[in-house]
Design a protein. Structure first.
Ligand code: ADP
Ligand code: NI
Length: 215
């Protein structure tokens, strides 16, 4: 029964995100769900239904991914009710998926999340880092027609979601967001994984600059 609830949200995410070409496709949320489940186990949590469901659903109401956020919120409410999620469970899922994003944190500061929310947030941020994170960032940059790198454009510090969403370069995004993520992790296991992925990204950048500068 519990596993069935996870499976139906997984299927829902597959239908909604399958065609995404911005780096937020079904396999992104599938990885987030797996990372989150692992973190939950490390935190000693036994019941991971809400964590897994919220992981699968966290991008299906995101304005980067869907055209009409209000409609998609309604669709999701209706779907969860039909699948016999309780009112409390639906509230918790929405509470998580509406509050975990980095762009929201830029404007409003760190969100006050439940442990389940903290775990999903960590998992989403871990998937923005490492080898996968590097590729997703380059892929997103192509999607938004951003330059790969321009030595004349310095990285910026953004304070609003709108400014953050303006085009930057792929390499600048490492400094503008990705390298800041490890310090925002909520769980110890999440922070450890994020730090390891950060080391790899810094090595990658070093090689990138060596090749760029022919040194
Ligand atoms: P959130 O949904 O937490 O606000 P974002 O939408 O900023 O997160 O980012 C999701 C992923 O999309 C990032 O980890 C990154 O890979 C990619 N991305 C977002 N903005 C940019 C950008 N300006 N340049 C390159 N990649 C980006
Ligand atoms: Ni995500």
């Amino acid at each position: 029964m519990k596993q069935n609830k996870v499976n139906v949200t997984r299927q829902y995410a597959k239908e909604k995100l399958g065609d995404d070409r911005s780096g937020h496709d079904f396999y992104h949320v599938d990885r987030v769900a797996k990372i989150a489940k692992k973190l939950a186990e490390q935190e000693g949590l036994k019941d991971t239904v809400i964590i897994e469901a919220a992981s699968y659903l966290h991008d299906v109401i995101d304005d980067k991914v869907v055209e009409n956020v209000a409609v998609e919120k309604e669709n999701l409410q209706k779907f969860l009710k039909e699948q016999n999620f309780s009112v409390e469970e639906i509230c918790e899922i929405f509470e998580i998926i509406e509050n975990i994003s980095f762009s929201k944190e830029l404007e409003e500061g760190k969100a006050d999340l439940t442990l389940s929310g903290k775990i999903v947030q960590d998992a989403d941020r871990i998937d923005a880092l490492g080898a996968i994170g590097i590729l997703r960032t380059a892929y997103y940059g192509g999607h938004t027609q951003s330059p790969l790198y321009d030595p004349n454009i310095a990285p910026q510090t953004f304070k609003t979601k709108q400014a953050y969403r303006e085009k930057s370069t792929v390499i600048n995004h490492f400094y503008e967001k990705l390298f800041k993520l490890p310090a925002t992790m909520n769980t110890q296991a999440g922070e450890k994984e994020a730090q390891e992925r950060l080391i790899f990204m810094k090595e990658f950048l070093k090689k990138f600059y060596d090749e760029w500068n022919l040194s």
